[in-house]
Design a binder for this molecule. Structure first.
Ligand code: FAD
Length: 396
């Protein structure tokens, strides 16, 4: 039995369950703050070669600052910065344009596109050096007045003052604590792939709202991009069944030539799209973070950013109420649920506003976009939220 000695005072013995990006970053932050942390990573790390990577995330400046505070420079992990965003429905000229000038403070980029494998590998490397990492899954959890015990798949038992579920959407610990997850299915798949754009990416993140769902092109370098093409069941199946050449032609047409001819460079994969959140992000000696606590539509690229924000929010609440764990957990849950609720409302609102556009609705939408585009205040409001800059950036 791996027993985590209970310490008095402001520092806790903490078991983090789930070695995804949110869980590993959270474990590192807590360890850096002096807590005694054990990370149950789940499956051993298996990182695809860079050329086979198709999972990319748009990281906000707030997330990049958080990772930098952990000693990770995302650009040295191959992340590509973007300085502009173009969002439109019918015609590119009638859409929204965001640039660095719309950011509420001086920034080098509106965001960075980083590959899942390289980021996770770097975080896990740091975790291996800084804390106890166990290559096993949590199978069951037992909450007691004076601590919590996690039963591991390999037969080990881990005891702690607090357990954090960073298990992703299917969370054993959340279910064991009886915390409901409410939400909805978009009946859509998000198709991801890597492509090459003959016209260049111009350090811009492009997103078009098609009648069938949003389509995003995120820059990987001067010419390459990661796509997220959201489409409902039958349309997604049709797109997945196309050969690379036909898919490239449809993609070029869908993007209306803004980045020139598009050719496909990778396999395609599809992810079901859902939204929702847990009724509360805490239980007795339990905190939920990341996809274990909430799911959002990827159209605003915010799921992982929210998970990293949870990690920072949990640490802040534990610092604020260092001698009152129940109060720290309630404070964390209240603050983060409100922030996430706002983000779900904004992304779901955008999805519904821009998604099912009939011809007359599309005109209204385009007029609305043109109005926002003319208003510097409206653009700055939207950008501040997308960048995660309503609060302060985590300090390095
Ligand atoms: C198409 C698409 C595009 C997206 N694009 C973006 C984007 O641009 N920007 C963005 O911010 N977000 C984006 N997201 C959202 C993002 O992918 C998720 O929010 C994020 O990956 C969740 O990270 P996580 O660490 O919380 O969970 P996960 O990545 O699911 O990690 C959970 C980990 O816990 C482990 N685990 C599970 N159960 C146990 C257990 N019982 N014991 C031990 N370990 C366990 C798993 O093996 C896994 O390693 C996108 C999502 C989709 C579907």
């Amino acid at each position: 039995m791996k027993h985590m000695e209970k310490r008095t005072g402001a520092r806790h013995a903490i078991a983090v369950v789930g070695g995804g990006i949110a869980g590993t970053a959270c474990a590192l932050q807590l360890a850096a703050a002096g807590h005694r942390v054990t990370l149950l990573v789940g499956a051993p790390l298996s990182v695809a070669p860079v050329e086979d990577e198709i999972r990319y995330y748009a990281l906000s400046p707030a997330s990049v600052a958080l990772l930098s505070a952990l000693g990770l420079d995302v650009e040295s992990l191959g992340a590509c910065r973007y300085t502009d965003m173009e969002v439109w429905g019918s015609q590119p000229r009638d859409g929204l344009h965001f640039s660095l000038a719309d950011a509420p403070q001086s920034l080098p980029a509106l965001g960075h596109i980083v590959g899942h494998g390289r980021l996770l590998e770097a975080l896990r490397g740091q975790a291996d050096a800084a804390l106890e990492c166990l290559p096993t899954f949590a199978q069951a959890v037992h909450f007691h007045d004076d601590g919590v015990q996690v039963d591991c798949a390999d037969g080990d038992l881990v005891t702690a003052d607090l357990v954090i579920s960073a298990e992703g959407a299917s969370a054993v610990l959340r279910e064991a604590a009886g915390i409901d997850m409410t939400g909805w299915d978009y009946d859509q798949q998000g198709i991801v792939a890597n492509v090459c754009c003959a016209g260049g990416m111009q350090r811009t993140a492009w997103q078009r709202f098609l009648a069938t769902g949003p389509l995003a092109l995120l820059p990987l370098d001067a010419q390459r991009a990661s796509i997220v093409w959201s489409a409902n069941g039958m349309e997604a199946e049709r797109l997945l069944a196309l050969d690379d050449a036909a898919f490239g032609v449809e993609l070029t047409q869908a993007m209306q030539g803004v980045v020139g001819d598009i050719t496909v460079e990778s396999r395609r994969a599809a992810f079901p799209l859902r939204a929702g959140q847990a009724a509360r992000y805490y239980g007795d000696r339990l905190a939920l973070i990341g996809d274990s606590a909430h799911l959002v539509h990827p159209l605003a690229g915010q799921g992982l950013n929210l998970g990293l924000g949870d990690a920072a929010g949990l640490l802040a609440a534990l610092e604020q109420h260092s001698r009152d764990l129940p109060r720290a957990l309630k404070t964390y849950s209240r603050r983060r649920r409100t922030a996430v609720e706002d983000m779900i409302a904004v992304t779901d609102g955008l999805y519904r506003l821009f998604g099912p556009a009939g011809p007359s609705f599309a005109e209204l939408r385009d007029a609305g976009m043109a109005l926002v585009n003319r208003s510097a205040v409206a653009r700055q409001w939207l950008v501040a939220r997308a960048l995660g800059l309503e609060g302060r950036l985590p300090s390095a």
